[in-house]
Design a protein around this ligand. Structure first.
Ligand code: ADP
Ligand code: MG
Length: 160
């Protein structure tokens, strides 16, 4: 699948895009979420995590200082923010390699800080400011993590 680009015009719209992604994501998947501060990475993550049923949207907060938040029991989601990670030593102590042995969804903000060898399917998402409250979201699904369009939902919007 080639990359797909969408514009959102409010944080609510970005949340909704996140929910749509979450509905189609099946573990294991590594979501690399890049974009500058305030681009909406954490907002998109709230939508993804809630659609996966791992936590309510308002329970999902930025792990900027804690580096990692873990949500859920059935669908386990790790939300990682590498913004403040300084060096490789910090990265090692994160235990990211351990997460990648579980059946989980791992969402990483600031993935540029990462040099990672993994055979996990990767979903690449780039978020950019596009003036005012507009954000450009570019989704690269080279591994087919989201499946073919119309292939049927893994989790219907109406199921619990
Ligand atoms: P990041 O994690 O990329 O630093 P956040 O999701 O934490 O970004 O913050 C995005 C900020 O931008 C929030 O304050 C949000 O209300 C605001 N915002 C305005 N328009 C949008 C939009 N279209 N999508 C996402 N966030 C938006
Ligand atoms: Mg953030």
């Amino acid at each position: 699948m080639a990359s797909r680009e969408v514009l959102t015009h409010s944080s609510d719209e970005t949340l909704q895009r996140g929910r749509e992604i979450g509905e189609r994501l099946k573990p294991p998947a590594l979501v690399l979420l890049s974009g500058e501060l305030g681009a909406g990475k954490t907002t998109l993550t709230k939508g993804i995590v809630s659609a996966l049923g791992a936590a309510e949207e308002d329970q999902v907060t930025s792990p900027t200082f804690t580096l990692v938040h873990k949500y859920g029991h059935g669908a386990v989601v790790y939300h990682v923010d590498l913004y403040r990670v300084g060096d490789f030593h910090d990265l090692e102590t994160l235990g990211l390699e351990d997460f990648l042995t579980e059946l989980a969804i791992v969402i990483v903000e600031w993935p540029e800080k990462l040099t990672l060898q993994t055979d996990w399917p990767v979903l690449g998402i780039q978020m950019e400011h596009a003036g005012g409250d507009t954000r450009r979201i570019t989704i690269r699904d080279e591994a087919g993590v989201l499946g073919a369009a119309g292939a049927g939902p893994q989790r219907g919007a109406t199921s619990p």
